[in-house]
Design a protein around this ligand. Structure first.
Ligand code: PEP
Ligand code: MG
Length: 757
């Protein structure tokens, strides 16, 4: 059974469209269960009905013609109950509806299982028999397993595989909303420009062409170029590889002959598909054939065929690339946006970014933040292949993307954007004013930085220093660990720009989702693995070089503070401070005159909350990393869009933890700050001030909004609100209460712009 299931899943995974996905499912399931019929019905959300999308056993002509309302028939019944319905004689069931077009009167037994993805019923898979007999328990369990296994794949095909208007209608693709995670903040409306990853056979769409001859010529040229390359590689490797090993290249050459794969592709182009689509179709079909083989040698050939396909595709795409034209409000979309792609678009034409891969910590998200461009990352279900040229809304506050939005939605978002622009303009005048409440309570606001570009924004917005300089950013844009001198120069720039205000430099915080291309870490659970201080303590040579560079850079300025990320135990604190002390003494011995920097620890691991008073004895300040603390307290991956709905720093458990940290630190000499996203949200900032946090650090763009909130209330208002929310039961209740209070205080306009989706 397991083998059969694996084969079905494997085959479905390589399907190129929704239709293909469904036809594989009905064929394979019917064969595995030896039934007379297997059909898949999918829910059309517009008409609220289940449409027969694929069948083997019922009349073929009824596919996409027959549908049942959600409260109609046995299929509707299965969807409504959200559980299997197993009947020996379907015709006797009160919900049975006779559908003459399908020829189903010949079948008595019925087993229907809902296809459910992320709590949403997508459709129903049905098997039927002529004879009157109940499907046994094993058969029922098998179909439930198939359905559960394939639901994700069907959802993905629904979202990404719509190639026709009919599919798009069923999928609700037009005017739909795709979830990701916010990479930056802001809203953009514009036209999608899809940059396909070069030579990726899985993302090439089918596209009709009128210029058949032109496509064939392009294909032949690409083929000739690859033949040439292979010949060249073969020649170069002649001295290093044996005759036998080089046989592969000859096999490649033969496969590329016009009479073999090449001719098949040309046939497909003649049928009307463009060269890239035709090539992908042929390559995928052949590769799949080999992949399904039991023989390991033949299985390997699938890799060869795909490799060959990718080489030809790369040449075809080179010709295409040159032709990209960027509209005025370009929303750049790609599987994985790279910084190089950003560089290709004139800055004033780039309105927004959407990346299927990546997280808020990806390099490109950091660049987008510095450039002030709304970006949504990790939109795993985005139908990239069908979005080119479509109008999109990118809501980077909520981490969602709307495709082909309705006029009504466009108007609503237009209003939000206008209101936001007006608000930001209106807040410009407070840049030079102090961050204090109406009753004079001071709440210093600092900024989070990473790139040199962040400096100007921050200074314009009246930051009182840097609460978090993410030093991994200069490491990410380098091609190897930057040298001590290189680091010193970058750090000096930050320290000088903010002088005499403090700059808090965090030691290298890589691992988790922050990867360095030249220092890959492959782990099953990266967020629970080798991260932050754990890596740098294991590599004191990296740590010491970095600390020395920071100290050298601070000479004569003395505004450096050093902060340690991901601290889980006191030993890490003592080991790291000892290394800093050592570097400090060595440099003093070298004759440098530097002030000993203040040292701080990030509280972002739940364990540290319970040792916060002990940690406080060893350091000068603490800064809560609420982004990680939330993810670890709630056990929700901060970058996984599938669980994004569960990730909230306003969860009462998180708020109570933050409060308890403040209560513990109150009795120590340590200063307490918070530098996660929560600080940059006016709602969070008000609560943190009430809890007793001494300062907050945030992205520069959020600073005016937060400062305005602080300047508009009395501290007692914030304390009253905190008393109310600490006893509430859910994030929703907390946010509702904050909304009510802010409204009462006349601060409604300072809430993050959002539509209730
Ligand atoms: C945090 O975890 O809250 C934090 C500020 O650090 P980072 O987002 O870089 O992990
Ligand atoms: Mg962190």
């Amino acid at each position: 059974m397991l083998k059969t299931l694996q084969r079905i899943v494997q085959e479905v995974n390589s399907a190129r469209s929704l239709d293909e996905t469904l036809s594989i499912i009905v064929r394979r399931v019917r064969r595995a269960m030896k039934t007379d019929v297997c059909s898949v019905y999918l829910l059309d959300s517009n008409s609220q009905s289940y449409v027969l999308m694929a069948t083997l056993g019922l009349k073929k002509e009824s596919v996409k013609q027959v549908s049942l309302k959600t409260d109609q028939g046995l299929v509707g019944y299965v969807g409504m109950r959200e559980e299997p319905v197993n009947l020996d004689d379907a015709t006797q069931h009160p919900n049975y509806v006779y559908l003459a077009e399908t020829g189903e009167e010949r079948f008595h037994s019925f087993l229907g299982v809902p296809i459910i993805h992320q709590r949403r019923v997508l459709g129903v898979i049905v098997v039927q028999h002529k004879e009157k007999r109940r499907f046994d328990e094993g058969e029922e369990a098998f179909l439930v397993t198939v359905s559960a296994q394939l639901a994700g794949q069907i959802a993905h095909s629904l979202a990404t595989g719509a190639t026709s208007q009919a599919d798009a209608h069923i999928n609700g693709i037009r005017g739909s909303c795709f979830k990701g995670v916010a990479g930056t903040s802001g809203i953009a409306v514009g036209t999608a420009v899809v940059i396909l990853p070069l030579a990726n056979l899985d993302t090439v769409p089918d596209r009709a062409t009128d210029d058949i001859e032109g496509e064939i010529t392009q294909f032949r040229a690409a083929l000739a170029a690859v033949r040439n390359d292979i010949h060249e590689v073969n020649r170069r490797l002649a001295q290093r590889l044996s005759e036998e090993e080089r046989a592969l290249f000859e096999a490649y050459q033969r496969m590329l002959d016009d009479s073999a794969l090449g001719q098949e592709v040309i046939n497909k182009i003649q049928e009307g598909n463009w060269a890239q689509g035709a090539l992908t179709e042929v390559i995928t079909r052949h590769a799949r054939f080999f992949e399904l083989s039991e023989d390991d040698y033949l299985k390997e050939r699938a890799t060869d065929i795909r490799d060959l396909g990718r080489r030809v595709l790369a040449y075809l795409q080179q010709t295409e690339q040159a032709e990209v034209e960027y509209p005025n409000q370009t929303i750049l979309i790609s599987e994985e946006i790279t910084p190089a792609m950003l560089g290709e678009i004139p800055k004033d034409q780039l309105a927004g970014l959407v990346s299927v891969q990546g997280s808020s910590n990806s390099h490109v998200a950091i660049l987008a933040r510095a450039m002030g461009i709304p970006a949504v990352m990790g939109t795993v279900d985005l139908p990239v292949a069908v979005l080119d040229g479509q109008q999109l809304i990118v809501d980077a506050y909520q981490g969602v993307v709307f495709n082909a939005p309705s006029d009504e939605l466009l108007i609503q978002y237009g209003q939000l954007m206008q209101a936001e622009e007006k608000l930001q303009k209106g807040l410009e005048h407070i840049a030079g004013l102090p961050s204090e409440t109406l009753d004079g309570h001071k709440m210093p606001l600092l900024v989070n930085t990473g790139l040199a570009q962040d400096i100007t924004h921050s200074l314009n917005h009246g930051a009182e220093g840097v609460g978090l300089y993410r030093t991994e950013v200069p490491f990410m844009i380098s091609e190897r660990f930057p040298s001590e001198g290189e680091q010193q120069a970058v750090y000096r720039e930050q320290l000088e720009a903010f002088f005499p205000q403090p700059v808090t430099m965090r030691t290298l915080d890589i691992g988790g989702d922050k990867a360095l291309p030249y220092f890959p870490i492959n782990e099953a659970n990266p967020f629970l693995g080798w991260r932050g201080i754990r890596i740098t303590l294991d590599h004191p040579e990296v740590f010491l070089v970095q600390v020395r560079a920071m100290l050298r850079a601070s000479e004569g300025l003395d505004n450096l503070q050093i902060m340690l990320p991901m601290i889980t135990s006191l030993t890490e604190v003592t080991e790291a401070t000892a290394l800093i002390e050592r570097a400090y003494h060595e440099l003093c011995q070298e004759g440098l005159s530097i002030k000993r920097p203040a040292i701080g620890v990030m509280i972002e691991v739940p364990g540290a909350i319970y040792q916060v008073t002990q940690i406080a004895r060893y350091v000068d300040f603490l800064s809560v990393g609420s982004n990680d603390l939330t993810q670890y307290l709630l056990a929700v991956d901060r970058n996984n869009p599938r669980v994004a709905g569960l990730y909230s720093s306003f969860h009462p458990a998180v708020l109570n933890a933050l409060y308890s940290i403040a209560q513990s630190v109150k009795h120590t000499d340590c200063r307490l700050s918070l530098c996660g996203e929560l600080a940059g949200d006016a709602r969070g900032a008000i609560l943190l001030m009430a809890m007793g946090y001494d300062s907050l650090s945030m992205n520069a763009v959020n600073l005016p909004r937060v400062k305005s909130a602080i300047r508009s209330l009395h501290r007692r208002d914030a304390v009253q609100l905190l008393d109310l929310v600490l006893n509430l039961e859910s994030s929703e209740q907390v946010l509702e209460q904050i909304g009510i209070t802010m409204e009462e205080l006349g601060l409604r306009q300072l809430l993050q712009p959002s539509l209730s989706l």
